[in-house]
Design a protein around this ligand. Sequence first.
Ligand SMILES: [Zn+2]
Length: 173
Amino acid sequence: MGRKDNLKFDYRQLISINIYNFVPEIFHTMETSENKQFNLDRRYLRMARIWAENSYCQRRQVGALVVKDKMIISDGYNGTPSGFENICEDENDATKPYVLHAEANAITKIACSNNNSRGATLYVTASPCIECAKLIIQAGIKRVVYSQQYRLDDGVKLLEKANIEMVYVETID
Ligand SMILES: [Zn+2]
C-alpha cells in the first residue's frame, strides 16, 4: 500500500525538473518575491552605510534607516545628542558615554515626528547592542537587517527572543 503510494506519478515534480533543466533563462529573468526582498534589503543597507559617513565618530561609523511601507521614515548615525559638540571620543580615545548609537538616533527621531515605527524594518550597518535591542523591541520594529557582527551578540539574541526577524547580510557591495 505504502509502496504503491510512493510510486505515484508526481507531475509537479516533472514540470519543475523540466523547467529547471531546459529553460533556465526563465529563472534569470523572473524576479521572485524573495529575490526582490533580498535585493531591496541590500540596497537599503548600502544606503545605511553611506549614511554612516555623516558620523563624526573616529573609532566607528554606523548608519541606520527605518523603512515602513516602502518608505524611509527615519535615519540615524552614531553621534552625540543634539546641541553637544560633534566629538565622540574623549582625550583617551574612548567613546564618550553619552554618544547615541545609530539605531537609538533613528528611533528617537521617530519619537519627535508624527511617524510610527510599528511593523517597520530597521537597517543597520552593525549588529545592534543590547541597549539598542531594547529600544528596537519597544519601538515595535519587526525586522532587522544588519551587516558586521558586533563582538557581543547579546543584542541579536535578545531580538531573536522577542521574535524579531533578524537578517544578516555578510557583504553589501
Ligand atoms: Zn547600540
